[in-house]
Design a protein around this ligand. Sequence first.
Ligand SMILES: [Zn+2]
Length: 118
Amino acid sequence: MYRTYTYTAKLRAAVHTRLTAFLEQQRSLYKAASAGGWVRKVDPKHTSQDCSRCGERVTKTLSDQSHMCPACGLSIDRDWNAALNILNQGLVVSPPTGGNIPCGTSGAENGSACAFVL
Ligand SMILES: [Zn+2]
């Protein structure tokens, strides 16, 4: 009985996680479309480690909450640095070419970060 409960609880948690991610993705697409913007998929790999100013890779542990670049001296919050990297990747290619996703047609893949450009 315990084993079944554990499996059911894990399954419920996994479904909840995926459903929440899907709904958040749909909400983001809706918000971008209603603002006249577009969504571009961005590879989230190393976005929290690469310096948003100079591109130097600064390895961190999950407990490191700040980004301090030894190459250029940039010192900002880790999440802020990651957001700048995602935005910069999103602005590399201008719409509607280069892998952009028009709002309302399809969403970003699971695990992808999205950059919204208005
Ligand atoms: Zn730097």
